[in-house]
Ligand binder design. Structure first.
Ligand code: ATP
Ligand code: MG
Length: 433
């Protein structure tokens, strides 16, 4: 089946589905293979649940020639269809990558641009070789601007996603220590994230750049760029970034407040405002959009439980985001005593021990703040760094026992909860209730 033909079929359908547990009526179902399943086997189920057609790559399982359409490789077909569709509708696209803050920044940019345009953006965190095609296929002829989050944990992934997306604009939130394992160290991270810049340069597109970030400046960007900064000279000049109590930025005497915590979110907000300015959104509209934005999905969220203020940042963690989250939390002015509940950071390869050690070390002299570490990697620090204010639990179950028998300790406190996705530390909230 030719891609143009597949595209005609896609246009007749209402979107795309890839999971039989969640099929949109009249959608085009792509029978992808996962580690433990092959959706070719669920083709009939997909049709029964309302899919219009199923795209599959196992001829033997085709039982309905009209509705089960064969392609040599389902994933490849999904990706090529997305690329084709993007070309057909031809809208301006902003691509985002970086080690931390992509989803937050994507949502802030979408919020800001939505005051003037019809914007569609990556849903949630669908930022990989499947999520990016799904995002592109969600754009339609009515969309004015598309925003695509691109994630990567190994090199050449971003350049592949750029080939599919053909972005007109790009922004790298930051270069941090995430997925060190797959990138082969920090230099590898910088190189891989810069694949977005390489693409923009090769195709004469535009980058939005945080001119205050020395790592971005160090790279000699010779192509079109539109900069923002508070310290350096830039196209969009901010007067001030602030983080007490929430992230705030000031521009031309106007202060824009948010519901996000942490100075790193001031940078995320500033990038959204710079992009909004580029696209002609008024400062007044941006101020309203940012102040009405409420973060979702356990990212930098304050919750009140048992008279304690809990900063739930349990969505994910890596050394860079851990570091900024801790320093932000320590600097916050609160009347309550502070507790840190920190979970292991995954995917650090041979740097893992060293990076966990650094976090513990940074807190060992801060005896006024109780730090509770949970997970196998943090637990390895226990023998070496024994202090009264540092507690170690090898597993979540052990932590659970401790919290249950010491609930009083967790009352009327300010508590930061942060760890890798696999630690699922949002479970702490239930324990404290
Ligand atoms: P993922 O790789 O999981 O898609 P992401 O890049 O989309 O992550 P977010 O989900 O927006 O990032 O934020 C995750 C966490 O990263 C936040 O909760 C916060 O702790 C931290 N963070 C957000 N923005 C920044 C930033 N500009 N610099 C450093 N850390 C940040
Ligand atoms: Mg994300």
């Amino acid at each position: 089946m030719e891609i143009a033909e597949l595209h005609q079929c896609f246009l007749q359908c209402d979107g795309v589905s890839i999971d039989t547990r969640n099929i949109h009526p009249n959608s085009l179902f792509f029978a992808l293979k996962g580690e433990n399943f092959d959706a070719n086997e669920f083709a009939q189920e997909a049709l029964d649940k309302g899919a219009a057609y199923v795209i599959m790559d196992n001829k033997k399982l085709i039982t309905d020639e009209k509705k089960m359409l064969y392609v040599p490789n389902v994933l490849g077909a999904l990706q090529q269809l997305a690329k084709f569709h993007r070309k057909e509708i031809g809208l301006p696209i902003i691509a985002l990558t970086g080690s931390n803050g992509k989803t937050t920044t994507k949502e802030l940019i979408a919020t800001v641009l939505s005051s003037k345009y019809k914007v569609k953006a990556t849903k949630g965190n669908l930022n990989n070789h499947i999520g990016v095609p799904l995002t592109l296929l969600s754009f339609d002829y009515e969309t004015d601007i598309g925003i695509v989050e691109m994630g990567a944990n190994h090199k050449e992934e971003i350049s592949f996603l750029c080939e599919l997306t053909d972005p007109d604009y790009g922004y790298i939130t930051n270069f941090g220590k995430a997925h060190l394992e797959g990138f082969g160290g920090f230099e590898g991270v910088i190189k891989a994230k810069s694949e977005l810049y390489d693409y923009l340069q090769d195709y004469h597109k535009t980058a939005f750049v945080n001119a205050d970030d020395p790592r971005q400046d160090a790279k000699t960007l010779t192509f079109d760029r539109y900069t923002f900064a508070v310290e350096q000279e830039a196209d969009v000049q901010f007067d001030l970034y602030n983080a007490q109590p929430n992230a705030t930025v000031s521009i031309s005497g106007v202060t824009i407040e948010s519901n996000l915590t942490g100075i790193y979110n001031a940078t995320n907000i500033a990038s959204a405002i710079a992009i909004g300015k580029y696209f002609g959104v008024s400062t007044e509209d941006m101020k309203n959009a940012i102040s009405n934005y409420i973060p979702t999905n356990n990212r930098s969220q304050w919750t009140m439980v048992n008279n304690s203020n809990i900063l739930l940042d349990a969505y994910n963690a890596n050394p860079s985001s851990m570091e900024v989250a801790i320093s932000n939390f320590i600097q916050l002015q609160t009347s309550q005593p502070k507790i840190l509940i920190l979970g292991d950071m995954f995917e650090l390869g041979k740097e893992s021990l060293k990076e966990h050690h650094k976090i513990v070390e940074s807190l060992q002299d801060n005896t006024g703040i109780k730090a509770i570490f949970v997970g196998k990697e943090f637990y390895k620090q226990k023998e070496e760094r024994k202090k009264d204010h540092l507690l170690y639990f090898e597993s979540f179950d052990n932590l659970q026992e401790y919290i249950k028998s010491n609930l009083d300790t967790f009352q009327n406190q300010s508590i930061l909860v942060k760890g890798s996705r696999g630690m699922a530390l949002e479970r702490v909230l239930e324990l404290l209730q």
